[in-house]
Design a protein around this ligand. Structure first.
Ligand SMILES: *Cc1c(COP(=O)(O)O)cnc(C)c1O
Length: 641
């Protein structure tokens, strides 16, 4: 057997180069002396540090099973502050005449605790909310009661939606209805007369410029939402004719989420600023310039225009918007409007992560089978064994080609009945041994031949993780989004394997084999050897935007247990757990699919009773079985471990 060396010390720098923590972490994440990943809630190396492993210990002490979502509310608060202050700083530095009036689009993460935290952290800045549907509007109306903060309403609207918006106006709130579709304008004017309240109206422009990245179709002329220039001009005329021009407050566009290239921002603000100023010159009393969402998150830390990255920083984003808008307003002799952004991803992505326990390591290359020479064995087997014994750096490429040939011949011989089952097992085991030995030689090779390049992938172990990608990281499966993935502990020990991750769904798509790297991506993630009786945890980071709330019930794996962590400088651990929210039970996901768990338990009991009556199960055992079934209905949907 190959000897496994699992305790080679590893430096913090080496770990960082492998998992790129300082690149994607934005100062919020670091490795401590025990080799644990930790959170720096104030982005300050000398400030408080929350050891994530300690949070997990506390979870275990409270019997909260994995997988879990951990939310760091301080990161959420910090992101709100950083966004608002960056805009304020740039506005002051540019001598810009308007203010920043940001709104958080709740579709990015509608969790009540998340929305409340954002509103609380944003209160000093009159930070508002954005809704894109009726249920979101119901929530936004109840929560955003700051009369100085905006409530921006996007999405298609029916009469009830518009009535709810006007209810907000009746309460003295700054609720702005953004017209996405021409017919909404007539409806809002009619209803506002009916309810006797002045509406606040925005116009969403269909921009000629398309975004960059995965969501670029949200912008451009074929976009689903927005008015063409001709429609906007007509809208202004209608408002004039109806005597409601004073209601027209906001100009809006949205080029799509995760804009990867700053040039897109520059161009779209340029186009938007021209439309805006010309509309003002035509008499539209617009006060707000709303740049929508799109502010990106550098998931892979590459600072590039790859889909999971961005080639700019928040400060560049704010500067481009403020300075371009100022320049064009000045040239067109129009007062500087207040600036609104609907940044969601950038606010919430970093604050939460999913932590899963590794259940097992699945080896694709089984090498424990006996391979000693047997008397009378087939020559194919002997040939394969000879190959194994001759491998060196010089002949590795040739040996591998021969081994592939022998393996193919072995299969043919087996189909023809020439090879015994045991011989096939021996031959395949020898093949895996050859592959492993060659792969161990690769680091010493100056030049890696083409056919050996992917040899690692064939033998890479799969780490079976207790979670469902479809519930916890849907974009990873659906659109190939990358997320940083890092072991929570052992970062001071050199990882022994390169592996992939597989989840516990029965879906062959439930796997992760693309990981962040500086150039492009890598197919294997360095991971540690599993030790008996020792837990190994892997974290998927930056799941706070969209992922948290978009997950589905594939295989009926439900919502995760959640812990909400707050920083507390006074506490020796620097944190406290404010809240634990229980994830779904089997019962609750079954109910969501129209099952009746009570009736199911009753049916099971009747079946068991029948077996008892016929003497096949004794009564004591019968009661235990009924109890067990009911207990499973009440328990967490993931693997108990
Ligand atoms: C989704 C959406 C947003 C949020 O975009 P992010 O890129 O997550 O900031 C903002 N505005 C509108 C209209 C949206 O549809």
């Amino acid at each position: 057997m190959d000897k496994v060396i699992t305790n080679i010390p590893w430096s913090k720098e080496e770990a960082d180069e492998t998992y790129h923590i300082s690149r994607w972490g934005d100062g919020y994440f670091d490795i401590n002396d025990q080799g644990h990943l930790c959170v720096l809630p104030n982005q300050d190396e000398n400030g408080p540090r929350i050891d994530i492993a300690e949070v997990l210990e506390e979870m275990k002490a409270q019997n909260i099973p994995f997988p879990i979502v951990v939310r760091f509310h301080d990161i959420l608060r910090s992101q709100v502050k950083v966004l608002n202050e960056t805009f304020r700083d740039v506005i002051a530095e540019a001598n810009y005449g308007g203010q920043y009036n940001g709104v958080y689009p709740i579709k990015v993460n509608q969790m009540r605790e998340v929305v409340e935290e954002i509103l609380d952290a944003g209160a000093p800045y009159d930070y508002g909310l954005e809704a894109g549907s009726k249920p979101e509007l119901l929530s936004v109306l109840a929560f955003n009661d700051n009369l100085n903060a905006l409530t921006v309403l996007n999405g298609y609207k029916d009469e009830d939606y518009l009535r709810l918006a006007l209810l907000g106006n009746k309460l003295g709130r700054k609720v702005i209805v953004v017209i996405e579709k021409f017919s909404e304008l007539h409806k809002i004017l009619k209803l506002s007369r009916e309810l006797n309240v002045e509406p606040l109206i925005g116009l969403r422009a269909k921009m000629a410029i398309k975004g960059s990245g995965k969501w670029s179709d949200s912008g451009g002329e074929k976009a689903k939402f927005g008015l063409t220039i001709a429609e906007m001009l007509t809208a202004v005329q209608i408002l004039k004719d109806e005597g409601s021009l004073n209601s027209l407050k906001l100009f809006h566009f949205h080029v799509g989420s995760q804009v990867t290239d700053i040039r897109t921002i520059k161009e779209v603000v340029r186009e938007g600023a021209r439309i805006f100023t010309k509309l003002v010159q035509l008499g539209a009393p617009l006060e707000y310039f709303d740049v929508g969402g799109g502010l990106g998150v550098d998931y892979d830390g590459s600072q590039s225009t790859s889909d999971s990255s961005m080639n700019y920083k928040l400060h560049d984003y704010a500067s481009d918007i403020v300075y371009i808008l100022k320049e064009i307003c000045d040239a067109e002799k129009v007062p500087h409007p207040n600036i609104v952004s609907e940044s969601g991803r950038a606010i919430t992505a970093r604050h939460s992560c999913v932590i899963t326990n590794v259940i097992d390591k699945i080896e694709t290359s089984f090498t424990d089978y006996a391979t000693e020479k047997m008397t009378g064995e087939h020559s194919l087997v002997s040939n394969m064994r000879e190959l194994l014994e001759t491998i060196n750096i010089e002949n590795a490429q040739e040996v591998y080609n021969d081994a592939l040939d022998f393996k193919k011949e072995c299969l043919n011989a087996f189909r023809l009945g020439i090879l015994k089952l045991e011989e096939r097992a021996t031959l395949e085991t020898l093949f895996w041994k050859i592959t492993k030995r060659i792969s161990a030689l690769l680091p010493e090779m100056e030049f890696i031949p083409d056919n050996l390049y992917d040899i690692d992938q064939g033998i890479a172990p799969q780490y079976l993780c207790n979670f469902s990608i479809f519930q916890s990281a849907p974009d990873l499966w659906a659109i190939g989004q990358l997320l940083p993935i890092v072991p929570i502990t052992k970062l001071n020990i050199k990882p022994h394997n390169n592996g992939t991750l597989v989840d516990i769904t029965c879906d062959s798509d439930g796997k992760i084999n693309k990981f962040i790297d500086i150039n492009e991506t890598k197919n294997l993630l360095p991971l540690h050897e599993l030790t008996p009786n020792e837990d190994y945890y892997i974290g998927l980071f930056m799941t706070g935007a969209y992922q948290d709330v978009m997950g589905d019930l594939h295989n009926l794996f439900g919502r995760l247990n959640e812990v909400h962590v707050f920083c507390d400088d006074e506490d020796p651990t620097d944190f406290y757990i404010e809240e634990v929210i229980k994830g779904s039970s089997a019962e609750s996901v079954l109910s969501a699919m129209q099952y009746n768990p009570e009736a199911m338990a009753y049916t099971m009991k009747k079946n068991i009773d029948r077996q008892i009556a016929s003497g096949k199960i004794n009564p004591r055992e019968g009661v235990r079985l009924v109890d067990f079934y009911e207990e499973c209905l009440k328990s967490y949907t993931y693997l108990k471990n």
